[in-house]
Design a protein around this ligand. Structure first.
Ligand code: UT7
Length: 371
């Protein structure tokens, strides 16, 4: 029988700096009342200049490894889902792999916008089910504040920075990820985009002058699409697991807008109390929103072993999807392992790797000067 993919560790990291609606009202023509009425958001966290997608990802990952009681060196794969990577390449996941000391892991980035975390959980669970991996770290991390036009009131009120991480592990015990639904519709690609900086429209003076390195969004259309797919994907994922909506203990939706979550709840005829909502404190952290909300659900005692939980999200692409899992919690191995003790060693290892690479380069150039 193929092994089951359980979520055994979870962690989150948000920057300390908080940007309130009142702060925003001093920057653009808006009000706290308007933002709260239309989105449910009161404040969001914004990365400091020293922070980046990778630093937030590493902090969330270290917490998740600690909860799972797993050594970074036991990871087989690191997946970072992000729309705000450190660079187009190298993958942010490789920077995270190096900083964690996940010395035996493959690492790659995944871009499916706000739905990315659900896509990443799907890939991780399939890798575990197929037997190709045992321990996988999945991170959703964003610093969308770096791509926000702080003069555009249509978008700047929405987004916040943060990261959340899960450890997925193989086990013969039934449970964990039971079903997933992944969907896309590229005909709506123009509704939410970051137009320039890719191969289609490389960076130029013109793209900078035209604000094309910032998020562009048709809010009304994205809203209409979101209200349609959230309930649809939830129904599909529950059906795929041969369960009924009544069997679902908690729904953790992508935190974009309280009105979208409310509309999904009404369409599913499920009370809003069965949804985890924290958009008021973080805004839309894109692919990080579901794992951050999961950490808070656990802290609030809303996740117990055996509970059926649905993750459901939507975003640019257009993409949308859902995952249904039976919550299990950590496996609690016999020997306590403390990944924090690895931090110093990991830095030394990375430094030594760079040093050896430079020395090898010097020797190579002195031996083969023309090459
Ligand atoms: O992860 C996916 C990311 N994207 C989303 O989830 C976005 C989904 N869409 C939304 O959440 C909503 O469409 C918004 C919150 C972005 C906008 O709410 P809305 O109720 O759809 O407003 P609207 O775009 O229809 O605009 C209504 C009015 C407009 O004025 P007029 O044309 O009626 O005079 C806007 O110019 O509100 C105006 N407006 C604002 N007013 C005050 C737009 N943004 C603001 C603002 N403050 N920040």
């Amino acid at each position: 029988m193929s092994p089951f993919a359980h979520i055994t560790g979870w962690g989150m990291s948000v920057p300390e700096k908080v940007l309130t609606n009142e702060d925003l009202a001093k920057m653009v023509d808006t009000t706290d009342q308007w933002i709260r009425d239309r989105t449910g958001i009161r404040e969001r966290h914004i990365a400091s200049p020293e922070q980046s997608t990778a630093t937030l990802a590493v902090e969330a990952a270290q917490q998740a490894l600690e909860v799972a009681n797993l050594k970074p060196s036991e990871l087989d794969l690191v997946i970072v889902s992000t729309s705000s990577p450190e660079h187009i390449f190298p993958p942010t996941a490789c920077l995270v792999q190096d900083q964690l000391g996940a010395v035996k892991a493959g690492a790659f980035d995944l871009l499916a916008a706000c739905t990315g975390f659900i896509y990443a959980v799907n890939i991780a669970s399939q890798a575990i089910r197929s037997g190709s991996a045992k321990n996988i770290l999945v991170i959703g991390a964003e610093t969308l504040s770096r791509f926000t036009n702080w003069q555009d009131r249509n978008t700047c009120i929405l987004f916040g920075d943060g990261a959340g991480a899960f450890v997925l592990q193989a086990s013969e015990t039934p449970g964990g990820v039971l079903s997933t639904v992944l969907r896309s519709d590229g005909s709506g690609a123009d509704l939410l985009s970051l137009p320039a900086g890719g191969s289609f429209m490389p960076a130029s003076h013109e793209t900078v002058n035209n604000d094309q390195h910032f998020i562009h969004m048709n809010g009304r259309e994205v809203f209409r699409f979101a209200t349609r797919v959230m309930s649809q994907a939830t129904r599909e994922v529950v059906e795929a697991a041969n369960l009924k909506l009544d069997d679902v203990n908690l729904i953790i939706p992508h935190q974009a807008n309280l009105r979208i979550i409310d509309s999904a709840a009404r369409s599913l005829e499920i009370p809003l109390e069965r949804f985890l909502v924290n958009v008021e404190r973080y805004g839309n952290t894109s692919t990080a929103s579901i794992p951050i909300a999961t950490c808070e659900a656990f802290q609030q005692g809303r996740l117990k072993p055996g509970d059926n939980v649905v993750f459901v999200g939507f975003g640019a692409g257009l993409t949308w999807g859902a995952a249904l899992l039976q919550w299990s919690g950590p496996f609690l191995p016999e020997k306590p392992i403390y990944p924090f003790s690895y931090r110093l060693w990991v830095r030394i290892r990375s430094f030594l790797n760079r040093l050896v690479r430079s020395l090898e380069g010097l020797i190579w150039r002195s031996r083969y000067p023309g090459i």
